[in-house]
Each structure stands twice: as C-alpha cells, then as structure tokens.
Design a protein around this ligand. Structure first.
Ligand code: PAF
Length: 283
C-alpha cells in the first residue's frame, strides 16, 4: 500500500495510471475508519482499477472548534485497516497546508437551496467547507468515480450538485448505510459514545423505521408530532430535527404527492455527541 502526503507525488503516480488507460476511484474520508468506510472502499475496488482513499480531517467544515478538536484521529489504525483490505490501495494523507496552502478558508457555494436546510441550517458554513475540500480532492485526484455513504445523504446530494455546477466530470456513487447490530448507523463519532449510550442511540434508527411504517397511513404532521413526543420520553437523547423531505430537492414536505420520493432525516444529541441518520420512505 502506498501512502502519499504530497499532492505532486500523488499526481505523478495518477498520470502514470491514467496513461495506461486505467480508471481511478476516490473514497474521501476524515479517517477514524470503520466498516462503513471499508464498504465504500470495497465498492470502489469493484468499480475502478486504482483506488485512492483520502484521509483528512477538514477544518473548514466544522462550525464548532470543540467538535473539530474532539474529532477522532487514528491514522495508524486507519492505515492498518486499509492495508488488511488490500495492499493495492493508495492513501492520500495531506496536511492542511498541503491541501489549502497558507489560508485554510472555505470557498462560497450556491447549491441552489440544498445547503440551506437541515444540516445547513444547524451547522453554519458546513457545506461550503465540504464543497471546498471535495473540489480540491477531485482536482488533485481527477477520479472517474467517487464514493460517498448515504448516511450523509444531504452531503451526497450537494456533492452531486457540485460536480454538475462546476463541471467536474466525476461520477458520484452513493453507497448504502452500514449499521451496527443494534441498528445504529456506523459513524466515526460512535467511538466517542459509552457502551451504554451506544446501545441507547439505536433509538434513532428504530424511530426512523417506525416513521417509515407510519408514512403509509399518517400525515407528515402526525408523524413529526409522534417523533417529537417519542424523543421527549427518551431523556438521554435530544432531538435537533426530524424532517421528511423530497429525496431530490431536500425540500421539507408538508403533504406527500403520489409518485414523489421522500426520505426521513434525524439529527440528535446523546452525551453531547451529534448523530445523524436517514431512511428512504415508500410512497
Ligand atoms: O463525509 C465525510 O467524511 C466528509 O464530509 C468528507 C466528504 C470526507 C469531506 O471532508
């Protein structure tokens, strides 16, 4: 497995691979890798000839310095996990100055409203940071395909929009959410939970499952009220938002329209740790 810390060395290796007519896959990550990331890597290995995994905790997408500071960083463990998967991977592990130069700042994007709802409403500037780093990674690696998890569904839609708006010529592949046995969506943040609360946090997924069931017979308002009441009865978890939104536009739904695709989204805190999850709804 090759580890690149400098853009120029990686670009040189990429030029060689491209000149041989091989396809390139990129799996962007912020490290603290788990089975969810590994499933993205496995998809990338199936679909492309050479896979690059980037590991970079991107400062510009954190609106809270405490969250950035506490974000788990486990580079040695990450490299061992990737190496155990296959020695053919390339890992890009840049420093902030290597990726950003002297000014670690976000570009400003207009994602046509996708950035203004849910995560965008609660995490100021988050998607400008994500857009900035993903664009830089795409410009460095020039992948044919890039792989992202559906757990961050809003991010996935925004990256699709980014590639269209900036004509980045990368196919974006969304991959299904991987869950722990309890149902809790796999996330690097789960590492920070006590074992007790890790079990408790599965309540988020079970609430989404119930919301999906109710979607067949109840109105959006009735489901939203039910979710809020359920969280009120569950003192360890604090609901930040529950939304049912159009899967494409992410616009909040008041009334379902037959034939449209919808998803339910939750953000909640447990032990001061913010978790998100979502589920596709049948309509
Ligand atoms: O989903 C993530 O881990 C990050 O937001 C990403 C896409 C790697 C950008 O930093």
């Amino acid at each position: 497995m090759q580890v690149f810390r400098e853009k120029d060395a990686l670009k040189q290796a990429i030029r060689k691979v491209k000149s041989e007519g091989k396809t390139l896959g990129l799996v962007p990550t912020m490290g603290a890798l788990h089975e969810g990331h590994i499933s993205l890597v496995r998809n990338a290995l199936i679909e492309t000839d050479q896979v690059v995994v980037s590991i970079f905790v991107n400062p510009t997408q954190f609106d809270n310095s405490d969250d950035l500071e506490k974000y788990p960083r486990t580079p040695e463990k990450d490299l061992a996990l990737l190496e155990a998967e296959t020695k053919d991977l390339w890992v890009f592990l840049p420093s902030a100055s290597e990726l950003y130069g002297n000014e670690v700042l976000s570009e400003k994007f207009d994602f046509e409203g996708l950035e203004q709802v849910m995560e965008g409403k609660f995490r100021n500037g988050h998607f400008d940071g994500v857009g900035t780093v993903v664009k830089r990674l795409f410009e460095t690696v020039r992948p044919d395909k890039a792989f992202f998890g559906e757990k961050d569904y809003q991010q996935l839609q925004i990256i699709r929009k980014l590639t269209r708006l900036k004509e980045l010529n990368v196919e974006i592949i969304g991959c299904p959410i991987l869950r722990e046995e309890s149902g809790l969506a796999r996330s690097s943040r789960n590492e920070r939970l006590s074992s007790e609360n890790r079990k408790e946090a599965a309540f988020i997924y079970h609430t989404l499952l119930k919301a999906r069931e109710l979607f067949g017979t109840k109105s959006v308002k009735e489901i939203t009220d039910w979710v809020k009441k359920s969280f009120d009865k569950h003192p360890t978890l604090e609901l930040e938002y529950f939304e049912i939104a159009d899967s494409e536009t992410l616009k909040k739904t008041e009334h379902k329209i037959k034939g449209n695709q919808y998803r339910a989204f939750i953000a909640a805190y447990i032990e001061g740790i913010r978790l998100i999850d979502n589920i596709a709804l049948d309509n």
